[in-house]
Design a protein around this ligand. Structure first.
Ligand code: 28F
Length: 701
């Protein structure tokens, strides 16, 4: 194979030489090598991020990056990664093979130099080798330094060569072990257990990374073998379509609006630009951006360029086709992003990674190049694919319309004076106290629980506002629609602060606003909605700590005449055990009644109506044979199952109740959840509810 000196090669070698005090004897050189790689062993985090599992996997990425470089340079087609027993990994490519000839200045083989000299990173040379793992690419010597053992096998120039290292130090000079007609490099390494906290590779993490690299490196074949167990596991990636295939993958489980995916691959301003996108029937945005195959989760110049190209081109097209009328305002960047699934990949000579986590591309030329390439190609795409153009423009116009409608609705509700001089809603059972500091408003789910709360309350300080579950529970009710809802308007009036421009915290009528809902999915749903409402429109009320969540008990436990309540499964078990113990030892029931909740042992006579619903609890079924008596355990499914007295004693009486004060973080979390629960996407909502149905009392607080 003819060997033209590559610029990348030249650059690496140059740095190698300057760091290496050349020496012929191996004894002396060992010291040099140790000195050379010492910084890596001293501060591994500086080179691979951490010594945890992320850092461990980084070793693989470093070696795979070198293979991918060789693929991008046009010399390799296949990369193979194998997980071996005892924490070993081997990585192989079919490229030219790392040169093994002796360098006149180092008197060592190039292979040894690559493996034992710490490179300053950035292996971007000239035009032939513009792409690589970039900042991560300090490479093979780092892996060598952090491994107890490494073996590199090179096939090139008709021969098969090998060198092994222990903690970065060569065991012997590079030796030729035979003839070979093939070419390529294979590196096998054993991570150092004195460096890494745990040596356990995660096949899922590796497959995900390899998959991504395969999408970003068109035409590469990547094989993965997990040989840690007797029966090996194989996975192979090959994507002819590059980021086009990536977009397909990302939109696989979604409803695609355009079947012909927009795709462009083009060079501009010395950058390689590859972009693909389509729209799905969803409100969320998926934008994956990469610079030199490195993910840039914070975006940067390439993403900015893409977004402005998309907004500008779609606006121009919609206008030219008369879809967007003269008097109508332009589509916004957000309008054209809703439902977008896009992959933006750029490759450039000297990437500048910025931001806290170096996750953002800073090169300004990435913006202009991406913008011009995408603008031009998208214009052509829209003209050539009228069907796709139509569905895309329809989608973004619909988004814009929804945005305008939402704004109009909000403006109507929030308009000046909208809440002025309104009388308190009839449903509100107000308290008699006129002092806000003493007053509490209980927002209760459902008219029936509302009625019970009205009977059970302290009417001097406690006001009750029942909210009928249904109107609030209408799925997809957007926040602006919510404000137009009669139930919510009652709430806004009851609170007294008004809303929007006229909001005035001084007019707050209650210093405790208590949300009292059932401990089930519906209750959680309504609570989320209310918290979102407070978070968005009554932030000061949350900030100043006026919003609370009531904690109704989950269980009522009765043994004989003793009645106790439990607020969790653990507490239930504890109470059951306690009751059985006191009864079994013949101690007076009065002793147990001293506990906080047990003081509520009133209302025992109602129990007969409810005992039929007793649910056998795991903890309660045991031990009845040894003289322990069986308590009656009732699981409350809703507030409605309690009578007025029970509700007062357990949940409303300031002496015994537990209130959870809502923090801004709680409300913010609810706000984020809001879109999941109320948005148009059915799947995430279903998933959410299924995932949380069991732990629903912790849903959002
Ligand atoms: C299993 C990991 O590391 N593959 C690599 C090459 C090929 C060349 C190269 C690598 C030479 C002087 C550094 C070959 N022929 N897989 C790999 N394949 N490195 S790493 O050159 C390295 C430079 O300093 C290569 C001609 N030019 C370059």
């Amino acid at each position: 194979m003819a060997e033209k000196p590559e610029k990348k090669a030249a650059q690496k070698e140059e740095k190698g030489i300057s760091n290496t005090k050349g020496s012929a004897s191996y004894g002396a050189k060992d010291i040099t090598v140790l000195e050379g790689l010492e910084p890596v062993r001293k501060r591994p985090g500086m080179y691979i991020g951490s010594t945890g599992t992320t850092g461990l996997h980084h070793l693989i990425w470093e070696i795979v990056d070198n293979c991918i470089d060789e693929v991008m340079a046009g010399f390799a087609t296949t990369v193979t990664v194998e997980l071996l027993p005892d924490g070993k990994v081997s990585v192989q490519d079919d490229g030219r093979g790392i040169p093994v000839d002796i360098h006149p200045q180092t008197k060592k083989s190039t292979l040894e130099t690559v493996m034992t000299v710490l490179h300053a990173g950035g292996k971007f040379g000239g035009d032939g080798y513009k792409v690589s793992g970039g900042l991560h690419g300090v490479g093979a010597s780092v892996v060598n330094a952090l491994s107890t053992w490494v073996k590199v096998e090179v096939n090139r120039d008709g021969g098969s060569f090998v060198q092994e290292y222990k903690r970065g130090v060569p065991e012997y000079k590079v030796k030729k072990i035979g003839a070979s007609k093939s070419h390529g490099t294979k590196t096998t390494f054993s991570p150092d257990p004195t460096i890494f906290s745990e040596i356990e590779f995660n096949d899922k993490v590796i497959l995900e990374r390899l998959r991504q690299q395969a999408y970003l490196t068109k035409g590469v074949r990547i094989n993965f073998y997990d040989r840690r167990k007797p029966v090996p596991y194989f996975y192979g990636f090959y994507f002819e379509g590059g980021v086009l295939s990536y977009v397909k993958y990302l939109s696989q489980k979604k409803n695609r609006l355009n079947e012909d995916i927009f795709y462009v691959e083009k060079e501009a301003e010395k950058l390689d630009i590859e972009v693909g996108f389509l729209y799905v029937d969803d409100t969320r945005v998926v934008e994956m951006s990469f610079a030199n195959n490195i993910n840039t989760p914070e975006g940067g110049m390439h993403l900015t360029g893409f977004r402005s190209a998309l907004t500008r081109t779609l606006n121009n097209f919609a206008r030219a086709e008369g879809w967007l009328k003269e008097k109508e305002e332009n589509l916004t960047a957000d309008d054209v992003r809703e439902g977008l699934v896009a992959v933006i990949s750029v490759k450039l000579q000297d990437p500048q990674f910025e931001g806290q986590t170096k996750a953002k591309l800073g090169n300004p030329e990435a913006r202009t190049a991406t913008e011009s390439v995408v603008s031009e190609a998208l214009k052509v795409f829209l003209e050539k694919h009228p069907q796709e153009a139509k569905s895309i423009i329809n989608k973004v116009l619909l988004t814009a319309k929804a945005r305008l409608a939402a704004k109009a609705a909000r403006d109507t509700v929030l308009r000046k004076g909208a809440f002025e001089g309104l009388t308190l809603p009839g449903k509100l059972a107000d308290c008699t106290s006129k002092s806000a500091a003493d007053s509490e408003l209980f927002i209760v789910e459902g008219d029936s629980a509302g009625g019970t709360a009205k009977q059970g309350r302290n009417r001097h300080t406690q006001a009750i506002l029942p909210l009928r579950g249904k109107p609030l529970n209408v799925e997809r009710a957007r926040l602006d629609k919510m404000l137009a809802n009669a139930e919510v308007r009652s709430l806004v009036i009851a609170i007294g602060t008004a809303i929007g421009e006229e909001f005035n915290i001084e007019k707050l009528r209650y210093h405790k606003i208590v949300i009292m809902t059932d401990a089930d999915v519906d209750g959680a749903h309504i609570r989320t909605l209310l918290l979102t409402l407070f978070y968005r429109y009554f932030r000061a009320v949350v900030d100043q700590g006026y919003v609370y969540i009531a904690q109704p008990p989950l269980y009522r436990i009765q043994l004989g005449r003793e009645i106790r309540y439990a607020f969790s499964d653990d507490e239930r078990d504890r109470v059951v055990a306690e009751l059985q113990k006191t009864k079994a030892t013949g101690a007076a029931a009065a002793k147990a009644a001293k506990g906080k909740k047990s003081a509520m042992a009133a209302g025992g006579e109602e129990e007969s109506a409810l005992s039929g619903e007793e649910a056998p609890a795991e903890g309660a079924a045991e031990g009845s044979g040894d003289g322990k008596r069986q308590p009656n355990i009732q699981r409350y499914k809703g507030l409605g199952e309690m009578n007025a007295e029970q509700l007062w004693e357990t949940t409303m009486n300031p002496e015994f109740r537990i209130l959870k004060r809502v923090t801004v973080e709680d409300a913010e979390r609810a706000d984020k959840l809001f879109d999941t629960l109320m948005g148009d996407a059915v799947e995430p909502r279903k998933n959410f509810i299924q995932a949380h149905a069991a732990t629903v009392q912790n849903l959002d607080v």
